[in-house]
Design a protein around this ligand. Sequence first.
Ligand SMILES: NC(=O)c1ccc[n+]([C@@H]2O[C@H](COP(=O)([O-])OP(=O)(O)OC[C@H]3O[C@@H](n4cnc5c(N)ncnc54)[C@H](O)[C@@H]3O)[C@@H](O)[C@H]2O)c1
Length: 461
Amino acid sequence: MKITIIGTGYVGLVCGACLADLGNDVLCLDLDQSKINALRAGRIPIFEPGLEGLVQRNATAGRLRFTTDVEESVRHGVVQFIAVGTPPDEDGAADIRHVLSAARSIGRHMQEYKLVVDKSTVPVGTADRVKAVIDAELKIRNAALPFSVVSNPEFLKEGAAVEDFMKPDRIIIGSDDERATQMMRSLYAPLQRNHERTLVMDPRSAELTKYAANAMLATRISFMNELANLAEMVGADIEHVRHGIGSDPRIGYDFLYAGCGYGGSCFPKDVKALQSTATDAGMPLRILKSVEEANEAQKYRLVEKVVARLGERLDGRHFGIWGLAFKPNTDDLREAPSVVIIRELLQRGATVRVYDPVAMNEARKIFGHTPAVAFADTHLAAVESADGLLIVTEWKEFRSPDFPNIKQRLKHPIIFDGRNLYDPERVAAAGLEYFSIGRPVVKAVDRSHIHDHIESLSDLS
Ligand SMILES: NC(=O)c1ccc[n+]([C@@H]2O[C@H](COP(=O)([O-])OP(=O)(O)OC[C@H]3O[C@@H](n4cnc5c(N)ncnc54)[C@H](O)[C@@H]3O)[C@@H](O)[C@H]2O)c1
């Protein structure tokens, strides 16, 4: 099939590359000339495992091309995927300006039937608005051309996006048009040879499903974060509680990790946008208001622990930070808790040295001109002479660190772990103070008396 992808960001580029890999002829449009130039030169603007090879392979095969030419892009695909950004406006509602602008271009330039697919995360009713915009453009041109609009929300996770697209749990098609439904089914047929994963429903339900999924996941995280804070107050351990409830199949283990808050380009904005939809519909979602408030507060939790241990003012203090991306396997810093944490430390007078396996370039865009922020080449360099180490993203390479080496490098052997990566007893046994989320604090084992004892024995010999 000839496919156009409008918007070549995280979602558009992954969809485009994956659909090309299935044998389709894909043209990706973006208005950002530098992004398209980079892609044409074989450079991938984002970090996403497996994506670079996929893009290069399909570009070389001629199945994946990139353009900034709107007319060409409308001409190319019988299927026109809209995958542009839908950022929050000042009230938190999703701003669908880019979606409607893409629809306008389609209406303005189409010469034959088009299947328009809303892949962006968009508020309920957007498919109708896209239809109305295209209709209006056709009317201006006095052109009676057929087209369909369907909703096909995307559920890929950054960090596992290619895998998620190629092996989806479900494919949601919001359509009330049989021709469009059949085309969507055949487009996705190669992804469901093992079993049928398509759920066809009306467009409004499809649009709401996407928000409901993200809001549910965000709710689980905020629920666990609040429980973790309670666990600290009552002397319980949130990790035991997590296992205790996760073993109930009605609850399950996923998305039950306590931490220093969720971030990223989706959960925060989608939780806000769904609240806005609900308020407009006269049916406010009280739960989501609390989910958001709990998450905002949780981003400060780690700094609260620093303050409780070292004092309100942190002038002259210096901290190592491990992990900047909002989650592992991505370089995405949008709404990342790390940014809030670093700003709060700086605000209190501290300086920091940061390290992330892939997000350093993105971090330089935010903190590159901030003298109080230094950038380390390795995770160990980040802790050198620091008054403490803060762990903000649960990258695999942080999971089994060399604790004695860390202890030696730190000025004060303290770890503030926002992702509960370690066994508190083990860290304490290595002589480090360890503060994590929702777990009892275990005192560092003081080994100096053992050294004294060994030295006194050697004096005797
Ligand atoms: N990032 C994710 O993990 C994810 C997952 C599922 C759904 N979504 C949703 O998908 C949509 C896109 O998200 P993203 O993260 O890919 O955004 P992004 O910001 O990475 O990419 C959007 C791209 O669209 C381009 N663009 C804007 N207007 C355009 C226009 N009129 N014509 C052509 N290009 C245009 C921008 O230049 C940008 O490159 C959003 O609605 C988002 O909520 C994102």
